[in-house]
Design a protein around this ligand. Sequence first.
Ligand code: ADP
Length: 188
Amino acid sequence: MLNIVLFGPPGSGKGTQSEKIIECYGLVHLSTGDLLRAEIANRTELGLRAQDIMQKGELVPDEIVIGMIENRIDGTADPNGFIFDGFPRTVEQAKALDGLLDKRGLEISFMVSMDVVRQELIDRLLKRGQDQGRSDDTLEVIENRIKVYENQTFPVMDYYKGTGKYRGVDGMGSIDDIFSRITEVIDN
Ligand code: ADP
């Protein structure tokens, strides 16, 4: 099984590249952001809890996202593998993911980390805010999401470097150029 963590700051293109990876390698997409937005749309109790937190650009508690991921893994029959998008976002989540995969005889193959300069992130997210109207794509919330990423999520990279699973790719350039850098990593 090919289990990939797709990693990078908000606006680095995780969702866009996930779609292409899924199509090419037949993986199952697990995006905690998408799962949380679905909970909000369905007005579930979990969604109501998550809504205010996401609106401020803060992180939803670890146990909530870990539980969602665990349910999805167990609910997927006979997968070729998973692509984790927007998860893990804390070292706690990374450790929990390793533990729950291990219990099922699975493991992360590697982390693909996309590097994008800060001003480009802000420009892409502001544009998405205009095009798609995602309510957390406003300048104030974007700046907080990037700050939260630097403080709480960035250390996740060191966690994967420590296990030898970190693979860095340049996240600047065209969608196809970035995708071909990612396929090079996967195919090796
Ligand atoms: P982006 O990568 O552009 O920030 P996401 O859709 O991945 O967008 O996440 C949107 C929001 O959902 C985050 O700002 C956060 O509030 C919440 N969220 C998503 N994934 C997680 C996670 N693994 N842990 C905690 N909060 C999360």
